[in-house]
Design a protein around this ligand. Structure first.
Ligand code: SF4
Length: 336
């Protein structure tokens, strides 16, 4: 997760809620990090917000229920192996692979106020592949829109494994040094922002996970509705209404049935319907916000510190295999 500031309901439903489920299933050993180095690929000219935003995102992680006792939570730049593996993988990644990543052209066209013709921005997918492969994971939990990135990671791993064979004592069974991770598709339901477009910080249409109840209610009041419902007496269709989409994600089946019925028969007004949606959102946010207040900044920093130590130890295990497979000398050895 990039440190873009306080997270919103779209981040919650698209990622965090799934991550907590994965953690709680006890089926997986999970690593989640705040990608401050990734932020540099686009925000290199003004880095002033990266550190404060990192802390906010960490607080949102913990508030959602990620448990540092069971899950490794850390900051990318605190684990130095995240700087070493991209250099090695960068040596073997053909330029063409990077230039054809859809987000490369897209972001250059959309973020016209930033100069993205940099080496760092082009190499972003290599950085991301390294972030994944450092932990030799079996799965990467992503939504459908991120699948292409994992596919590129698999290609980079395949190329590495073709060039370099395992050479460490611990890896005697001939397994690839960088196993190709599989996509673990996580559900990311349609979550519109207050203007009906996808909820996104760059559109300014978000409901934050930290928004207090009155703010949530106020934002919901201004939310766009089914354009066909101009007067109170006009019937509407929740399937064509962003508020309807919110109900589908957050409301109980009973409330959802009342929304469909009342909207299609013009039996309810949009104001009433929006207040029901606000009730449902507030109910989801309340425990998250309560948990957030339980953490001091000092505690969060401590959690991130020990997470980095844990992540670093795991990443170093991989790096030892990588260096050995590449026949690089290690510090302290006289083997060159
Ligand atoms: S009643 Fe609800 S679902 Fe129907 S148009 Fe109004 S806000 Fe949307």
């Amino acid at each position: 997760m990039r440190p873009t500031g306080k997270l919103h309901l779209g981040n919650y439903m698209g990622a965090l809620a799934n991550w907590v489920k994965l953690q709680d299933s006890a089926q997986y050993e999970c690593y989640f990090f705040i990608a401050d180095v990734h932020a540099l690929t686009t925000d290199y000219a003004d880095t002033s917000m990266i550190a404060p935003n990192t802390l906010e995102v960490a607080l949102d992680f913990l508030a959602t229920g990620l448990d540092p006792e069971h899950t490794t939570i850390f900051i990318q730049s605190h684990v130095k192996q995240h700087f070493e593996l991209p250099i090695y993988l960068g040596m073997i990644t053909p330029l063409g692979w990077l230039e054809r990543v859809p987000s490369y052209k897209e972001m250059q066209e959309n973020l016209t106020n930033k100069d993205l013709t940099t080496y760092g921005f082009l190499g972003y997918p290599v950085l991301m592949a390294s972030d994944i492969l450092l932990y030799q994971p079996e799965f990467v939990p992503v939504g459908r829109d991120q699948q292409a990135h994992v596919e590129l990671t698999r290609e980079v791993a395949r190329r590495f494994n073709q060039f370099y064979k395992p050479a460490v004592a611990g890896n005697l069974d001939g397994q690839d040094v960088l196993p190709e991770p599989k996509v673990l598709l996580t559900p990311s339901p349609k979550l519109p922002g207050t203007d009906g477009r996808k909820m996104s910080k760059s559109y300014g249409n978000t409901i934050l996970m930290t928004d207090p109840e009155p703010v949530v209610r106020q934002k919901l009041k201004t939310m766009v509705t089914d354009p066909a419902r101009i007067r109170r007496s006009d019937p509407g269709d929740p399937d064509k209404c962003p508020v309807g989409d919110l109900h589908k994600v957050f409301s109980t089946p009973e409330t959802l049935a009342k929304v469909y019925d009342g909207c299609r028969s013009a039996g309810i007004g949009c104001i009433e319907c929006k207040s029901w949606a606000a009730n449902a959102v507030v109910q989801v946010l309340e425990p998250i916000q309560a948990r957030r207040t339980g953490y001091s900044d000092a505690q969060v920093k401590e959690i991130l510190k020990s997470g980095s130590v844990r992540a670093s130890a795991r990443a170093e295990q991989t790096m030892q295999e990588v260096r050995a497979a590449m026949q690089l000398t290690s510090a302290g050895e006289d083997s060159y």
